[in-house]
Ligand binder design. Structure first.
Ligand SMILES: Cc1cc2nc3c(=O)[nH]c(=O)nc-3n(C[C@H](O)[C@H](O)[C@H](O)COP(=O)(O)O)c2cc1C
Length: 250
């Protein structure tokens, strides 16, 4: 990869809005909307999360959160609660207004296309078996995707280029590009890359409100990560990861 490749990739950062023929999109052609949530298998049991109405609230200074936030790569051995997990998931991808073809969520997304799925490795969560789960935003519940096996943490460590750090939860966000391409065709990729930053920023701030630390992880092995989550690497692949857990008390 030389200088030309670097320059070519810079183009991705620019807006190509005026050169895209949006009349050619599948949405303009009135093709069916892509699903907002992946289907689950018959044997996957839905585990409901704690809904907003039942959340315990604490008062916190929003500006302190922003000022205190920093990336954390060392975590305590303490578990996080199931309610805290529920809040982290809802505040990063939860639906606040649902329509059959699209939804408005706790994060913004270009054209409200929300092209992501959330997977996470539950390592230290109260009342939750270890394993990799998927979040179902429409149902606000989770399902086990990959049960714990000996070596799962080593597989995550390798796929994240040795960045496991034993967090309470390791988030892996995948992108299903077609959800955004459906409306924006070749303008979609940049939108998805911007969208995912909003997701992780909410994770950083909500986690900070609990005294947890987060580290966004973009340096990972794409093939190993997609293989671990059994994603095809074309129509769905990992776009970003983040580790999250209680900070070590000083
Ligand atoms: C898009 C993105 C990717 C990142 N990837 C990694 C990573 O793979 N490994 C890592 O240790 N930190 C990663 N970080 C964390 C940054 O190193 C960190 O945000 C930066 O050093 C600034 O520190 P702060 O977050 O404490 O302000 C990433 C952050 C962002 C926003």
């Amino acid at each position: 990869m030389g200088k030309d490749d670097v320059l070519l990739r810079r183009e991705f950062l620019k807006s190509n809005w005026t050169s895209v023929d949006f009349n050619n999109s599948d949405m303009s052609k009135k093709l069916p909307f892509p699903s907002q949530q992946k289907p689950i298998k018959e044997d996957q049991k839905k585990i409901p999360l704690i809904p907003i109405e039942k959340w315990q609230t604490v008062e916190i200074n929003f500006f302190d959160l922003i000022i205190q936030r920093k990336s954390t790569r060392k975590y305590s051995d303490e578990k996080i609660s199931f309610e805290q997990l529920s809040k982290l998931l809802y505040c990063t991808q939860g639906i606040r207004k649902y329509y059959p073809d699209y939804s408005f969520r706790t994060v913004p997304s270009g054209g409200a296309r929300h092209p992501f799925e959330t997977y996470f490795y539950a390592n230290k969560v109260e009342n939750l078996e270890k394993g990799i789960y998927m979040y179902l935003p429409i149902d606000n519940c989770i399902v086990m995707e990959i049960p714990y096996y000996d070596g799962i943490e080593m597989d995550i460590h390798k796929a994240t280029l040795e960045q496991f750090w034993n967090p309470a939860v390791y988030f892996f966000w995948s992108v299903i590009p077609y959800r955004t391409e459906y409306k924006y065709i070749e303008a979609a990729a940049k939108l998805a890359a911007i969208d995912i930053g909003h997701v992780c920023q909410n994770l950083y701030l909500v986690a900070e409100s609990f005294g947890f630390g987060v580290c966004g992880i973009a340096a990972y092995d794409q093939k190993a990560m997609d293989k671990l989550l059994k994603l095809d690497g074309v129509d769905e692949f990992v776009i970003y990861c983040a580790s999250c857990g209680k900070k070590i008390r000083k």
